[in-house]
Design a binder for this molecule. Structure first.
Ligand code: FPP
Length: 281
């Protein structure tokens, strides 16, 4: 947090928002659905790829800002398993942009102690993309700062299928298939994000009210923040606004709010004729 304040100029909008944040209540894991590149381009009569290209700088901004804030994990949805349906030119353009990002940003990731990881089916990507990702992952693997997960060729349902198959394979190898019982813990230990806390805050840009097959298992209790801002226009101030809004929410995880009315004897709330015998186990 101090690192971020040192990087800001007093009086600027992002400085004003940052000053309102509580340093001890920052989200540990932020996940972002970076949406709206196509619309950003269409509004300017540019090809869709120009929108994706304009989306690279906000990636750099959110990575840098989250690292300065001390966020543990940032997960960015860069390419879904459904995105293969897009025109070949667009898909290839996205791989080129990813290679460009890795080439330009790897020194910064290393310098800032950021650990890069990929979640998704890496093995189906073009081999040059796989190689560069593996190289970048290797070069940052000793870093102990923020973990940056790029969700690439990622799908929430695919991930659950992979997790269940992995549990089944392990049980088969250990000869324990007959007695296998799937538990929530077992699934959490086999999803791509095993060992990482679930997202506390999920941000989606461009106003769509959808989850789009992103982190289906992990976002059970994430706070959702949807902004109309298109991804290429997303700034550091927008990110800080989202975190401020997160801090103004009360997370109850299925419980009751701290200031909830006291619990009373439920039967006293029923009318006499409604009273029922309620056998308690
Ligand atoms: C969704 O916008 C965006 C994507 C499918 C790709 C995201 C890619 C980037 C932000 C570029 C660089 C990323 C990295 C990690 C270097 P859309 O095309 O669906 O927008 P639309 O809904 O307006 O058409």
């Amino acid at each position: 947090m101090k690192q971020l304040l040192d990087a800001l100029s007093p009086g600027d909008r992002d400085w004003g928002i940052a000053m309102q944040l509580e340093a001890n209540r920052l989200p540990g894991h932020i996940a972002i659905i970076m949406d709206g590149n196509g619309r950003w381009a269409r509004r300017r009569n540019f090809p869709r790829l120009a929108g994706h290209k304009a989306g690279v700088d906000p990636v750099r901004t959110v990575v840098e800002t989250c690292a300065q804030l001390g966020v543990e994990t940032l997960t960015l949805y860069a390419f879904s398993v459904e995105n293969w349906k897009r025109p070949r030119q667009e898909v290839e353009g996205l791989w080129r942009l990813l290679l460009f990002y890795l080439c330009r940003e790897l020194p910064n990731l290393i310098r800032n102690g950021i650990q890069l990881a990929v979640i998704g089916r890496l093995e189906s990507l073009p081999s040059v993309v796989q190689d560069e990702l593996r190289r970048a992952i290797g070069k940052t693997s000793q870093n102990r700062g923020m973990r940056l997960n790029l969700a690439i060729n990622y799908g929430g349902r695919t991930e659950l299928v992979d997790a269940v198959n992995s549990i089944l394979n392990n049980a088969r190898l250990e000869g324990k298939l007959d007695s296998l019982e799937i538990t929530e813990d077992a699934i959490s230990e086999h999803v791509y994000t095993a060992g990482i806390r679930d997202p506390d805050l999920l941000i989606r840009t461009s106003g769509e009210m959808r989850i789009s097959n992103f982190l289906l298992w992990q976002i059970a209790y994430a706070e959702l923040y949807i902004t109309e801002t298109l991804w290429p226009d997303f700034t550091r101030a927008d990110l800080l606004e989202a975190i401020l809004e997160y801090q103004n929410r009360e997370r109850r995880f299925g419980g009751v709010e701290r200031s909830a009315a006291p619990v009373v004897d439920a039967s006293s709330l029923l009318m006499e004729e409604e009273e029922v015998e309620m056998p308690l186990a």
